[in-house]
Design a protein around this ligand. Structure first.
Ligand SMILES: [Zn+2]
Length: 336
């Protein structure tokens, strides 16, 4: 009998300690102390013990009942107490660096160029990166045998007549297809050419295309806009010059150059000692481009230009290899 009582005590206390929720405590109490509980049964059977054992067994059973009750009350209090989360922190570890992400240097330059042209009254336009030959070449007055169309220069998509646009100029055509003049847009975006990557060339690059078609727009307007642009970009002392060139879709055409911002025109490493840097191409839009778009070329004239943001970023930051922009080396990118 005594041994059986001790066994009940051990088991009951163990059960109480293992309970994880308040609701389970009642089940344990009923199992041992309820009317049909295991300890209650023993108490009921005390009468069958030899008379000399009864007082000691009765005292032990009551002691055990008290023990179980106290442990039940204590466990209930433990389970009701709000749990305190102990943070698993090691205060001796070095702090985690908070990385401030930034825009790619070429995108920073593009944003700046867009701001400058928007101040001059231009709005932005976009076009697809995958173009057809019509928008990329035909509509831009590029002859069928022009070398730019060759697979050595242009990336064609296999099994269809599509290509990756070689310049942002097709956006001019797409805009004129849907918008009647006056038109004053810039189209920043990615272009692709079948170039081998070297310090000056990369198969992917960016351009900002500009187009202004209105009554009475002349080459003087073109010069004025691009001079304002160069001064906003490189400072008020910047000079701009135009060198005759040829582009299929403009006549006359000119390359735009500005004085080198690194040396102010005296000649340095950035400008290869010439004092001038090339910004892009420009010209008066050829009537042969405008007329198929339904533009009345007796009434409307206009100019177009294309500017290379990579070139500007290279000049500004003294970068001598265009490949650095596209290698995604964080040590390079985080300097901007
Ligand atoms: Zn220079």
């Amino acid at each position: 009998m005594f041994e059986a009582l001790e066994k009940i005590r051990r088991e009951a206390l163990k059960r109480v300690d293992a309970v994880a929720e308040n609701a389970e405590l009642e089940a344990v109490r009923v199992e041992y102390l309820g009317r049909k509980g295991r300890l209650t049964e023993k108490l009921r059977r005390l009468g069958s013990l030899p008379p000399e054992d009864r007082p000691r067994a009765g005292a032990l059973a009551n002691e055990i009942k008290g023990d179980i009750q106290r442990r039940l009350t204590a466990r209930a209090a433990e389970l009701s107490a709000p749990r305190r989360e102990v943070p698993q922190l090691d205060y001796t570890l070095p702090g985690r660096r908070f990385e401030v992400h930034r825009r790619h240097p070429v995108n920073q330059v593009i944003d700046e160029l867009v701001d400058i042209f928007c101040d001059l009254g231009f709005t932005t336009a976009e076009g697809p990166l995958i173009e057809d030959e019509y928008h990329n070449f035909d509509a831009l007055n590029t002859p069928a045998d022009h070398p730019a169309r060759d697979e050595k220069d242009t990336l064609y998509l296999e099994g269809c007549d599509l290509l990756l646009r070689t310049e942002t100029s097709p956006v001019q055509i797409r805009t004129l297809e849907t918008t009647k003049p006056p038109v004053r847009i810039i189209a920043p975006g990615r272009c692709y050419r079948n170039d081998t990557a070297d310090a000056r060339h990369y198969p992917v690059f960016h351009q900002i295309e500009g187009l202004w078609i209105d009554k009475g727009v002349s080459f003087a307007h073109l010069k004025g806009v691009l001079m304002e642009f160069a001064r906003a970009l490189f400072g008020s002392k910047t000079r701009v010059r135009f060198r005759p060139h040829f582009f299929p879709f403009t006549e006359p055409s000119a390359e735009i150059e500005s004085t080198c911002p690194a040396c102010g025109g005296d000649g340095c490493r950035t400008c290869s000692g010439t004092g001038w840097i090339e910004l892009g191409g420009s010209g008066m839009v050829d009537p042969a481009v405008l007329e198929p778009m339904g533009v009345d070329t007796e009434m409307f004239t206009g100019f177009a230009f294309g500017i290379g943001p990579e070139r500007i970023a290279m000049v500004r930051y003294g970068i001598d290899d265009i490949r650095l922009f596209y290698e995604n080396d964080v040590r390079f990118l985080e300097q901007f």
